[in-house]
Structures are given as structure tokens and as C-alpha cells.
Design a protein around this ligand. Structure first.
Ligand SMILES: Cc1cc2nc3c(=O)[nH]c(=O)nc-3n(C[C@H](O)[C@H](O)[C@H](O)COP(=O)(O)OP(=O)(O)OC[C@H]3O[C@@H](n4cnc5c(N)ncnc54)[C@H](O)[C@@H]3O)c2cc1C
Length: 386
């Protein structure tokens, strides 16, 4: 399925596809059957190659030695990496452009630029058990104490914290009636992992719960300026929501290809399964929805590249996240059905994606929250403002 892409985006698409096929895909089943883990030397090799290819620098400004790729190219890369299960593509850290607006020179030197070299790895401690989806209502606090802040609170689902070196910690500032992000090392005194639940997918990255008790960080660990509030968290959400769209498109393409190949080879009643109308409907609906999903995701990426109005872009990223994640879940479900009993085996890509894609309707804001964002935007700005 070809959709119009710039020459550069096609080049990055090819590079990412080759990397996914050669370095990641052959290790999926091994990871699945081994709690998501790969041998250290494979992990190290995959990370090294990703850094050599420039994947850690795709969203880094050129003035900091990055590639500063257009979003269209970044989507092309993440779409191909999204073809792989077991989050094997999470083997490298991701420095993002908003970090260069948000962080001081010292923060960039200590945390963000080393991510580009693979020397620091990030995780995000935002969600709490009480407010959940309502990030504005978080209870964690950062209270000034001389030249320091004391961080307190409980954070849930801190993805990759077991592999990370530092956290982006979101806290209320009671003295300012605002919120801010803080940079804090994962092993700082006062940070304690209090739970490490198992989740549906089989990933080396865990999602533990952390208790922060009087974690002392210097004032210089605060990200951004007074009044920035949740602006940078929103930048992160926009980026992630678009990239969930990209990864989900890649997953859908792989599912459709594998299910089509299986249906073409599997003989039932003396004819390929692909000739049965019931199966053709599943495949046709999947291909059609993927077409819409890809057009939408690349259109939002180009809107970001054009520098379209930020509020309109925010809404479009929500639309992409909502639509594409739901399409991907439908396609994974259909693929399992086409594979029959084989589709329920953990060694089958459809089974793994069926479990793995489910969380894309939950994290970075649930489908219901995306609908709230879209509906509010519609009421405030009308269709032309979206
Ligand atoms: C595997 C995994 C990894 C995660 N990784 C991270 C991470 O790295 N960092 C991080 O900070 N967070 C992370 N999260 C948290 C994730 O972002 C939240 O789970 C998500 O935002 C939903 O919050 P909640 O689980 O508290 O659900 P709740 O807010 O309790 O929602 C429960 C249900 O109510 C619905 N709902 C809530 N509010 C409304 C409303 N106003 N109107 C209508 N319906 C509503 C929701 O859509 C949902 O269906 C992760 C979660 C998971 C499962």
C-alpha cells in the first residue's frame, strides 16, 4: 500500500525496515518465551546499531548534533519499528525536541545529550492511583526547601524504570498553585519501588510503582520556567500519541501481511482459506482501515512539520491515537481469528500483537480521554479549527 511520501521519508522507511527485519524480528519468540528478555550481547548489539543509524538523534536539533528529522520521516521510522512485537524496538533511548526547549544547558548536558549516545535512559513518572487519567489532579508534591526541592508522592506504571537511569517526575507546586516536571536519578535516596505487577504483554521493560519520600533534588532539577505548568508534558503526549499511531500502522501492516499469507496457504475444503468470503471480509476491512490510518497519521505528521496551530495539532494527535489504536485492535482480533487455533499460540505474531496492542487504547490517555479532548476542541473551535 503506497501512500505519497517524500524521498527522505522513503529512505528512512527503508533503513528502519532493514533494521527491524535483521536485528529485531528474529528475536521476538525468544523474547516472548523468556519474560521479554534477550541475551545481553543481543541487546547491546541492537542498541549499538540503532545509535549508529541515528535513531537516538532523529528528534534532536541539529544545533545539538542531532538529525532534526521532519515528523514525516520520524513516523516512517516508527511505523517500521512498530512491526516488531515484544517492544524490542525500545532498545535505545529517545531524546525529543521539546526537551531542548524545556531543559537548561546543565540538564541537557547531564541527561538529554547522553541519551543520544545511549548513556542515559529515561522513564516517566506521571500517573498516580487516585487521579488516574486526570493528570491535572495529581497529588505528588515538590516543596521548596532552601536550594532544594523535596519530592513526595506515589507514581504508578513507570514504564522502563527497571532499565532507566533517570525519571521525569511530575509534581504539584503547592506554593505556586502549578505543576512542573523534575529530573531525578532512579537511584536517588528516598525512591522506593513498592510494587512490580505483571502485565498482559511480555516486555523486558517493567511498569513498577514507586514511592517518593522526601527525595531531595536541587532547584536546578526543575524543568522549564515558572508558569510552564503542563506545557512540556503536553508536548510529550503529542509526540507519543502520534508515534502510537505510527507504530500501530506498522503492526497492522505486519498482521495483514501475515494473515493474508496464512490464508493463501491454508487449504480448507480443497481451496485456500483466502477464497472464503468470510475471510475476505476480514482481510478487506483490515486493509481499508489501515489505508485510512496511514493517511491520517502521515497527515498529522506533516501538520507538525508545517508548524500548524498547536491546539489543532494537539487535537489531531488525539484523533490519530484514538483511531489508529482502535483500528489496530480490530485488526489484531481479526488476524487471530484467521489463524484459528494457531493464532492463540504465543509463538504466533497475531497472538502477541493481540495482547500488546491493547494498552495503546489505555496509555498516553485512554480512548475515552482522547474523545473528550476531540469533543472539547470541536465545541470550542469548530471543525475548521481542528
Ligand atoms: C502498561 C502501562 C504502562 C504505562 N506507562 C506509564 C508511564 O510510563 N508513565 C506514566 O506516567 N503512566 C503510565 N501509564 C499509565 C496510563 O497512562 C494510565 O493507565 C492511563 O492514563 C489511564 O489512567 P488509569 O489507569 O488511572 O485509569 P482511570 O483514569 O482510572 O480510568 C478508568 C476508566 O475510566 C475512564 N475515564 C476516566 N476518566 C474519564 C472521564 N473523564 N470521562 C469518561 N471516562 C473516563 C477511562 O477511560 C477508563 O476507561 C501506563 C499504563 C499502563 C497500563
Amino acid at each position: 500500500m503506497q501512500i505519497p511520501l517524500s524521498d527522505d521519508a522513503r529512505r528512512w522507511q527503508r533503513i528502519a525496515r532493514e533494521y527491524a527485519d535483521e536485528y529485531l524480528l528474529p528475536h521476538e519468540v525468544e523474547a516472548e518465551l523468556n519474560e521479554g528478555e534477550l541475551p545481553d550481547e543481543i541487546d547491546a548489539r541492537n542498541k549499538k546499531r540503532a545509535i549508529e543509524l541515528g535513531f537516538t538523534a532523529i528528534d534532536v536539533p541539529k544545533s545539538y548534533g542531532g538529525l532534526e528529522l521532519p515528523m514525516e520521516c520520524q513516523v516512517a521510522i516508527w511505523e517500521q519499528l512498530g512491526r516488531v512485537t515484544n517492544a524490542l524496538s525500545w532498545c535505545f533511548p529517545e531524546a525529543q525536541s521539546w526537551m531542548f526547549d524545556a531543559c537548561s544547558d546543565a540538564q541537557l548536558e547531564q541527561y538529554v545529550l547522553p541519551m543520544m549516545r545511549g548513556e542515559q535512559k529515561e522513564c516517566y513518572a506521571i500517573t498516580e492511583s487516585g487521579p488516574g487519567s486526570d493528570v491535572a489532579a495529581i497529588q505528588a508534591t515538590a516543596v521548596r526547601d532552601g536550594d532544594d526541592y523535596l519530592l513526595n508522592g506515589e507514581k504508578w506504571f513507570v514504564t522502563s524504570a527497571n532499565l532507566a537511569t533517570f525519571m521525569w517526575f511530575q509534581a504539584k507546586l503547592p506554593e505556586e498553585g502549578d505543576q512542573a516536571l523534575f529530573l531525578v536519578d532512579v537511584d536517588a535516596p528516598g525512591i522506593k519501588m513498592i510494587a512490580n505487577p505483571k502485565f498482559s504483554h511480555t516486555y523486558a521493560s517493567h511498569h513498577p510503582t514507586y514511592l517518593f519520600t522526601d527525595v531531595r533534588v536541587p532547584v536546578a532539577a526543575r524543568v522549564g520556567r515558572s508558569g510552564d505548568g503542563m506545557a512540556y508534558t503536553h508536548s510529550w503526549f503529542r509526540h507519543e500519541r502520534l508515534m502510537i499511531g505510527a507504530r500501530s500502522c506498522g503492526a497492522c501492516a505486519r498482521l495483514i501481511e501475515e494473515a493474508t499469507a496464512f490464508a493463501s496457504e491454508r487449504i480448507i475444503d480443497g481451496a485456500p482459506l483466502a477464497e472464503k468470503q468470510a475471510i475476505q471480509i476480514l482481510l478487506a476491512d483490515s486493509a481499508t482501515e489501515l489505508y485510512a490510518a496511514r493517511l491520517m497519521t502521515y497527515d498529522a505528521a506533516r501538520a507538525a512539520d508545517r508548524g500548524d496551530d498547536l491546539k489543532a495539532l494537539h487535537t489531531r494527535c488525539s484523533m490519530v491515537k484514538l483511531y489508529v489504536s482502535e483500528v489496530a485492535n480490530r485488526i489484531a482480533d481479526r488476524a487471530v481469528q484467521i489463524f484459528g487455533g494457531r493464532g492463540y499460540m504465543r509463538e504466533n505474531v497475531a497472538e502477541r500483537f493481540f495482547r500488546e496492542l491493547r494498552v495503546d487504547r489505555i496509555w498516553e490517555g485512554t480512548s475515552e480521554i482522547q474523545r473528550l479532548i476531540i469533543a472539547r476542541s470541536l465545541v470550542k473551535r469548530g471543525l475548521d479549527g481542528m
